[in-house]
Design a protein around this ligand. Structure first.
Ligand SMILES: Nc1ncnc2c1ncn2[C@@H]1O[C@H](COP(=O)(O)OP(=O)(O)OP(=O)(O)O)[C@@H](O)[C@H]1O
Ligand SMILES: [Mg+2]
Length: 475
């Protein structure tokens, strides 16, 4: 049996069962399967009055026909037909290239013999089928599988459909500068990659529980919940944590870029802010992330353009009108400048989560995470942690990146503890330059040859500039 046969047979069987059983809907299909069949905008969302609007919106139409391309996309198997061609119950239509099952019962038996429970739990369509057929003895139920399956609202195809529906004309292009929507499948950071303080973990646990039990909270009338403010210096993991939360809970991540508010045609901004919240509600359950929240307070205080103030007031009002309990939207604000927030801004958040610079223990753990896939001789994270007081998670990432790139200049993919030490030194020099007074400061460092980010060994690699390699590294 060639590899991949199980995947392709699962796909064929799923499409066949799904085509026959009309009680199944898109949330019974694994995300990788349904995305190949999903068409059009919005999806089978319910109307305000709760009626299904299946006919007006496109969705997945039956019967599902499996072309070679569809099978390839769904299973990630390059040659889906060769994977199953020697099985007795499969067939390919030479003309249309469609794959199908000639004998579904044989396919079922074949598949059932080879599948394990864990895998069946990932496929509600088949879980239901095997549960309903007595000849198969399964512990995995349809309900459990469906519960686990990610809702279609979290799929990229669904999100794109919705955005298209909302922002189809030219004028709305600006709108998409203001908001960025990411599907959980596109978020790469996971909570496992982040080193959190006990405090942070407790708060996140609390909010995860609140989300899980929001019906109960609504029932007992607890509504002021689900607005978090992440406070801390740059590079301490605020954005990453919000994203990881989206990934962990399978929620779309909607990011509002406040700084874009000013660059827009101001007359439109208030309207766009409104729309952003509307989108978040339509995408719900989702996470709405508002970065640089201090921007809000700043505009309220200064004598800004009236239209800008209006936009910001709309934003505050929209925040008041959105709720985790009623709209299934978790709001997360983030700021580097808590001191600049006024009362009006503070008041809107029910939990403040502190993102401090990591202490030594955390730094060692962060180093452990960053270097998980790296080869480092004599690696002692504890020693590196001791030598990096004051650095954030993002700084440590930069240090490691530098060490890796340096080693590559010598064609090494195995690092040494010493590479790390040198990278730290270089980072500190760079940091000094960053803090230097560019007017009154040390002019020597600013003229040509005094390369920003110059390494102690003179190899002169800067981190965030496009650097030209016009001199040889001297090692
Ligand atoms: N506690 C941490 N554990 C693991 N990685 C971290 C941690 N803090 C920061 N990082 C890493 O540093 C990088 C930058 O973090 P992130 O963008 O989340 O910071 P931020 O707090 O949002 O910064 P800013 O205020 O500048 O927006 C990410 O790659 C992240 O993985
Ligand atoms: Mg950030």
């Amino acid at each position: 049996m060639s590899t991949g046969a199980l995947d392709v047979v699962e796909f064929l069987l799923t499409t066949s069962v799904y085509s026959d059983d009309r009680t199944l809907d898109e949330n019974d299909l694994p995300p990788s399967f349904r995305r190949v069949f999903w068409t059009g905008a919005g999806g089978n969302a319910s109307d305000e009055d709760g009626s299904e609007t299946t006919d007006r919106h496109a969705g997945i139409s039956r019967p599902l026909s499996v072309t070679t391309t569809a099978a390839r996309e769904a299973t990630d198997i390059d040659q889906p037909w060769s994977a199953v061609s020697d099985l007795l119950f499969t067939e390919r239509d030479e003309f249309s290239g469609t794959l199908s099952l000639t004998q579904q019962d044989m396919a079922e038996e074949w598949f059932f013999e080879r599948v394990d429970e864990k895998r069946l739990l990932e496929n509600p369509t088949l879980a239901k089928y095997f549960e309903e057929h007595d000849e198969y003895d399964v512990d995995v139920g349809h309900e459990a599988a469906r519960e686990r399956n990610r809702p279609i609202q979290a799929d990229r195809v669904w999100i794109d459909g919705l955005l298209e529906e909302y922002f189809d004309d030219e004028e709305d292009e600006e709108m998409l500068d203001l908001v960025d929507v990411r599907a959980p499948e596109e978020v790469e950071t996971t909570l496992d990659d982040l080193v959190l303080t006990d405090d942070q973990e407790n708060e996140l646990d609390k909010i995860a529980k609140a989300i899980e039990h929001r019906d109960y909270l609504s029932q007992i009338g607890l509504r002021e919940i689900g607005k978090l403010l992440f406070v801390g210096p740059p590079g301490t993991g605020k954005t990453s944590t919000a994203q990881a939360l989206a990934q962990e809970m399978d929620l779309p991540f909607v990011e509002v870029k406040l700084s874009m508010i000013t660059s827009q045609y101001l007359g439109e901004t208030a309207k766009n802010v409104d729309k952003t919240f509307e989108v978040a509600k339509r995408l719900s359950p989702c996470i709405l992330f508002i970065d640089e929240f201090d921007f809000v307070a700043k505009t309220r205080r200064s004598d800004e353009h009236a239209a800008l103030k209006r936009a910001v007031n709309t934003l505050l009002k929209s925040i008041d009108n959105i709720s985790l309990i009623e709209d299934d939207v978790l709001l997360i604000g983030a700021t580097n400048h808590p001191d600049q927030l006024d009362d009006a801004a503070w008041r809107r958040f029910d939990e403040i989560i502190n993102f401090p610079k990591p202490d030594e223990g955390m730094r060692a753990d962060i180093l452990g995470v960053i270097t998980r896939q790296m080869d480092i001789e004599e690696f002692d994270p504890q020693l590196i942690a001791e030598a990096t007081a004051g650095l954030t998670g993002s700084d440590l990432r930069m240090v490691l990146r530098e060490a890796v790139l340096e080693a590559l200049t010598e064609d090494r993919t195995t690092l040494t503890q010493n590479d790390l030490r040198e990278a730290i030194e270089e980072f500190e020099e760079r940091d000094n330059l960053k803090n230097m007074d560019m007017i009154e400061g040390d002019h020597d460092a600013l003229v040509a040859g005094g390369d920003i980010g110059k390494a102690s060994d003179g190899s002169g690699h800067s981190h965030d500039h496009d650097h030209t390699h016009d001199h040889d590294p001297d090692h």
